[in-house]
Design a protein around this ligand. Structure first.
Ligand code: HXC
Length: 259
C-alpha cells in the first residue's frame, strides 16, 4: 500500500514489529482526516497480520503530532461535524487489540497527545512535550484528552493542562506517569522497537488478554474487573501457549509459542 502521510514498515530481528511513522512535515504532522484514514488502515493491516506482535507509532524527531488540522477545522459548522461524527474514526487506534507503543519525540499536542494516549505504552524522547492546547483555540479536547489524561495523571494535573493549554515536558510527563520511560532523542525509536520485540516474543494470545484485562480496569468496577481477569486467566488453560510456557520453565529452556 502507498501512503501519502505515513511511512510504514516491518522492524525487529524477527520482523515481528509494525512501525508506523506519521509523515506530514509541512504541517507539523497535524492530523488531517486523510492522515487519520491512512493511520486506521495501517493499524488494521498490522492487526490482521499474524507475523506482527506489537505496533510502534512515532512521528519525526521534532514533532510527534501538533494536533488535529486547524486549517481543516477552521470553517466547519456544527451540523457537518455532528452528522459526520468528526474525529469518530480515531477510535480505531484505541480499539486495536494488539499492544501499541507511542514513541514521542517533540510535540504531542491536542490530538497528537490524544493519539499517544490511545496507545498502551508511551516512551518519550528527552525533548518531547505534551499538552492539550485546544482551550487556546476556543474549543476543547475531542479525542479523549479530558478522559484518558485524567486517568493517566490524575485530576489536578489534567485540569491544569486542559484549562491552561500549557505544555508538559518529557521529564514531568514521566514523573506524572503519562510516560513510562524517557530516552535520548536519537535512541527513542530503537528503544521502542526493542520493547515491541520483547512484547512480540511472548504468547500472542496471552499478551492480547493482558491488554484486554488492563483496559477493562478503566471501564468497570473492581469486583467486575477481577471477575473479568479471572475468566481470562482461566481461559489461558485452554491454550497451548500456557502449557508450553510452564513446561519450558520447568524444563529450563526457552518457550516456543504457537497459538
Ligand atoms: C494545522 C499546523 C498545526 C495544526 C502547526 N501547524 N500546528 N497546521 N494544524 N495543528 C502549521 C503552522 O500553521 C505552520 O504553518 C507550521 O505548521 C509550523 O508551525 P509554527 O507555529 O510556525 O511553528 P513553531 O513556532 O515551531 O511552533 C510549533 C507548535 C505550534 C508549538 C507545534 O505550531 C502550535 O502551537 N501549533 C498548534 C498546536 C495546537 O493548538 N494543537 C491543537 C490543535 S486542535 P505555515 O504554513 O505557517 O508554515 C486539536 C483538537 C481537536 O488537536 C480535537 C481533538 C483531536
Amino acid at each position: 500500500t502507498k501512503y501519502e502521510y505515513l511511512i510504514v514498515g516491518v522492524k525487529g530481528e524477527k520482523q515481528n514489529v509494525g512501525l508506523i511513522q506519521l509523515n506530514r512535515p509541512r504541517a507539523f504532522n497535524s492530523l488531517c482526516s486523510p492522515l487519520i484514514a491512512e493511520l486506521c488502515q495501517a493499524v488494521e493491516k498490522f492487526e490482521m497480520d499474524d507475523s506482527i506482535g506489537a505496533i510502534v507509532l512515532t512521528g519525526s524527531e521534532r514533532v510527534f503530532a501538533a494536533g488535529a488540522d486547524i486549517k481543516e477545522m477552521q470553517h466547519r459548522e456544527f451540523p457537518n461535524v455532528y452528522k459526520n461524527d468528526f474525529l469518530g474514526s480515531w477510535d480505531k487506534l484505541a480499539k486495536c487489540r494488539k499492544p501499541t507503543i507511542a514513541a514521542v519525540n517533540g510535540y504531542a499536542l491536542g490530538g497528537g497527545c490524544e493519539v499517544a494516549m490511545m496507545c498502551d505504552i508511551i516512551y518519550a524522547g528527552e525533548k518531547a512535550s505534551f499538552g492539550q492546547p485546544e482551550i487556546n483555540l476556543g474549543t476543547i479536547p475531542g479525542a479523549g484528552g479530558t478522559q484518558r489524561l485524567v486517568r493517566a495523571i490524575g485530576k489536578s494535573k489534567a485540569m491544569e493542562l486542559v484549562l491552561t493549554g500549557d505544555k508538559m515536558s518529557a521529564a514531568e510527563a514521566e514523573k506524572a506517569g503519562l510516560v513510562s520511560k524517557v530516552f535520548p532523542v536519537d535512541q527513542l525509536v530503537n528503544e521502542s522497537i526493542k520493547l515491541a520485540e520483547k512484547i512480540s516474543s511472548h504468547s500472542r494470545v496471552a499478551s492480547m488478554m493482558c491488554k484486554d484485562a488492563v483496559n477493562t480496569s478503566f471501564e468497570v468496577g473492581l469486583t467486575e474487573g477481577l471477575k473479568f481477569e479471572k475468566r481470562l486467566f482461566h481461559s489461558t488453560f485452554a491454550t497451548a501457549d500456557r502449557k508450553e510456557g510452564m513446561t519450558a520453565f520447568l524444563e529450563k529452556r526457552p518457550p516456543k509459542y504457537t497459538d
